[in-house]
Design a protein around this ligand. Structure first.
Ligand code: ADP
Length: 648
């Protein structure tokens, strides 16, 4: 079927029903919708604002992708991470759906091609980051694009109370009037009642349909395990494992060490993954795992967003996550196919105390916060109201020498500034960049040694005379038969003398995104920073309670955290299991006798009083009690305590 989008006004409701199912079958190959999907889709198509809350793996994407195909025009999708966007667009294209994304990676020509396809109504989904919504060129082009509706993915990023807070999500409210009265569908997997309200308010959702599917995942067994020797525990678990899984650890070092330990102990189907690995290698590891039936990936929480693997049989937390939201999101990657799966959570008291300390040590005082920020501005000579364009190399060690604050505090502040989009802080290994600052005439006047080296650069790195070029010292040094370290030193010397701009990709770097505004830093940003730290502590306290508690069903605790009242026990988490055992350990017979001592009763009445036992269990025990003479029958239904028994 060649897909033709339709004007719904001209098709009957019966045809529409057919079209929905045909589209589902044709592009996705599915026969039926899952739970709330169909209702959400109907709401979008009928032109209403909607808020869809589905757990991770619940099938949120389809809720906007399918109406996007059916409705006339282009659906605009706002999503927080470029990696997620690329992933989605790639998947869409694989399904034969016209989807595109806009990002600063694309040059003007590529962007124009995309805009034109949208204007012609060919592109059905256009993914953008929230920053794009204030871009003038984008807004100008939008005037000629028929937008079918606005989908806001990961809508909880709008909430200041969550850890994923993205200030640029606030742009959406101001942006909405630009596209006229177009409905908005907000989607999220992690929303507490407070966050839900915030989403509706800040996205200006009017009379929104709210679809909240229970967050319960019946196929997940949460097993909390208090244990001191975690290495041994993981080894024992993996010895008999024949399925795919993820082990979440806290640090990169831990990921590598645990992997090596398991390799040494003949567990070969494990690999590690973290943000410090070069992109190519990371992709290879990820692809290998996604395709496998029995690979286990040991990873920091850098792994998982946008991962769509169905047959993950377990997620093991080597240490508790920082919050219940994070934890539930992470374990939600197990059992997406609906088959029985496990979430193991390893912990011990000592470790919880260590994390308390780690958390506290990350939080700078107001004076330290200001010192760190002021250092950034002064070391790069940025005056009030200035906004330089360059990328600066950042030596964390120097920040530490100057501020005397711990590395953890410095990183915390830098990450905060990054999330607030005040700076772009790059702490990951990336390609280096180079731009020449001297003209060909000036080169001739330089000392011979410098001129020769610059000639080499010009010959091997095309473009550096006119713009910034990304390169690797390693491949450049191989080309010229030198050593990468020597190349770096030469580049730094030339940088010092102002002949070029060089950013070493192996070091952190920062770019400023906003004009320096000291008052805002000391006032509103410090307040926000302090609030976020408080939230972090509170979320960690909640997580600790969740980890340590042995009275409440684990799934029920999570559900009540997400605002689901009156949830039933799951019956198979570690707490439910233990309670069952203690029920079994209880003397059923003694309990039955106690009931009958107060008054004769039938099986139904007894099982209401002893509702922690199953009816079959009660009946079985009654038969034994009858046999032994402790209980007698008054009529064919009623049992009574046998007073004569003592006399027998
Ligand atoms: P989420 O974004 O909510 O985490 P996804 O949209 O990635 O979830 O969907 C999770 C998985 O469920 C995907 O593999 C998707 O193909 C599958 N899925 C979605 N809807 C259906 C459906 N109606 N029938 C069968 N599988 C579905």
């Amino acid at each position: 079927m060649k897909f033709v989008s339709v004007n719904l006004r001209v098709i009957s409701s019966q045809n529409f029903e057919q079209l929905k199912y045909q589209t589902l079958k044709h592009f996705w190959g599915f026969e039926n919708f899952r739970d709330a999907q169909e209702e959400i889709i109907n709401a979008v198509i009928s032109g209403q604002d909607a808020l869809a809350l589905l757990p991770t793996g619940g099938g949120k994407s389809l809720c906007y992708q399918l109406p996007a195909l059916i409705l006339e025009g282009t659906c605009l999708v706002v999503s927080p991470l470029l990696a997620l966007i690329k992933d989605q667009v790639f998947q869409m294209k694989n399904l034969g759906i016209e989807a595109e994304y806009l990002s600063s990676e694309l040059d003007d020509f590529d962007a124009e091609v995309i805009f034109n396809r949208c204007k012609d109504g060919l592109t059905k989904l256009l993914y953008v980051s929230p920053e794009r919504l204030t871009n003038q060129l984008f807004l100008k082009n939008l005037e000629e694009i028929q937008v079918s509706f606005l989908a806001v993915d990961e809508a909880h990023c709008i909430s200041e109370w969550g850890q994923d807070f993205r200030p640029s999500y606030q742009n959406i409210k101001k942006f909405r009037p630009f596209i006229g009265k177009i409905p908005c569908l907000a989607l999220t997997a992690t929303a507490t009642p407070k966050v839900l309200q915030e989403i509706q308010l800040k996205l200006d959702l009017k009379n929104a349909f709210v679809f909240q599917k229970s967050f319960r995942r019946s196929n997940l067994n949460i097993i909390s395990d208090k244990i001191s020797d975690k290495y041994e525990r993981v080894l024992n678990l993996l010895k008999y494992n024949r399925s795919s899984g993820i082990i979440y650890v806290r640090t990169r070092k831990e990921a590598e060490e645990l992997t090596h330990f398991l390799h040494r102990n003949q567990i070969k189907n494990v690999d590690f993954f973290h943000a410090g690995i070069p992109v190519k290698e990371k992709n290879a590891k990820q692809n290998n795992w996604v395709k496998s039936q029995n690979q286990v990936l040991i990873s920091t929480n850098a792994f998982g967003m946008g991962i769509d693997k169905e047959n993950v049989r377990f997620v093991l937390h080597f240490s508790p996550a920082a919050s219940i939201e994070n934890y539930y999101q992470e374990i939600g990657r197990a059992g997406r196919d609906g088959a029985e799966s496990y979430a193991f959570l390893l912990w011990n008291e000592q470790e919880l105390k260590n994390f308390d300390q780690i958390l506290i040590n990350q939080i700078p005082s107001k004076a330290e916060f200001q010192k760190i920020v002021t250092y950034l501005y002064s070391t790069f000579q940025i005056a009030e109201n200035d906004l330089p364009e360059n990328v600066f190399q950042l030596h964390i060690q120097k920040v530490q020498n100057f501020t005397k604050a711990s590395l953890a505090k410095i990183r915390n502040v830098l990450n905060f500034l990054h999330h607030q989009e005040i700076i772009y802080y790059n702490s990951q290994n990336s390609l280096s960049s180079l731009e020449l600052k001297v003209s060909p005439e000036q080169i001739e006047l330089l000392p011979k040694k410098d001129a020769y080296f610059i000639e080499l650069l010009l010959r091997n790195l095309t473009g550096i005379a006119t713009h910034k070029v990304l390169f690797s010292e390693k491949s450049f040094s191989t080309k010229i038969g030198s050593d990468p370290q020597l190349v770096k030193e030469r580049l730094l010397e030339l940088q010092k003398s102002g002949h070029l701009n060089y950013i070493d990709g192996a070091q952190s770097s920062v770019r400023f995104l906003q004009h320096r505004d000291q008052r805002a830093i000391e006032g509103k940003y410090w307040n926000l920073f302090a609030q976020i730290q408080k939230n972090k502590i509170q979320k960690w306290e909640e997580m600790k309670f969740f980890v340590k508690d042995t009275d409440f069903c684990k799934m029920k605790m999570i559900l009540s955290y997400f605002g689901e009242k009156n949830a039933k026990n799951c019956g198979h988490c570690s707490v439910c299991q233990q309670q069952k055992e203690s029920v079994f350990g209880r003397d059923i017979s003694a309990d039955i006798l106690n009931v009958l001592k107060t008054a004769p009763a039938n099986v139904e009445e007894i099982s209401i009083k002893l509702n922690y036992f199953s009816k079959e269990n009660i009946l079985e025990n009654l038969i034994h009690l009858l046999d032994s003479g402790k209980v007698k029958m008054l009529n064919f239904r009623t049992y009574a305590f046998n007073d004569d028994y003592k006399a027998l």
